[in-house]
Write a protein that binds this ligand. Structure first.
Ligand code: FES
Length: 75
């Protein structure tokens, strides 16, 4: 499904960019601007932003993984 009509960006493009960015850097903050840049495009009208953000947030790799629980010292 096309999410950004100005730049012909699909939901698949967004999910692939999120997956790629998370694999490249597990701690990176993923923003729409970074996704546009990763796809070699620039936002135009911004009308797609709500759907663009929704698509990003629904991608499993979007969230920064929680750090491991600290090891408790006993004694
Ligand atoms: S629809 Fe995405 S920038 Fe216009």
């Amino acid at each position: 499904m096309i999410i950004c009509h100005c730049q012909s960006i699909s939901d698949h493009d967004i999910r692939a960019a999120v997956d790629w960015m998370r694999a490249a850097d597990p701690q990176t903050l993923i923003t729409p601007g970074k996704i546009y840049r990763a796809l070699g495009k620039r936002a135009d009208c911004g009308g797609c932003l709500p759907l663009f953000l929704n698509t990003m947030r629904r991608t499993p790799a979007f969230r920064i993984p929680a750090p491991p629980d600290p090891v408790r010292k006993t004694g």
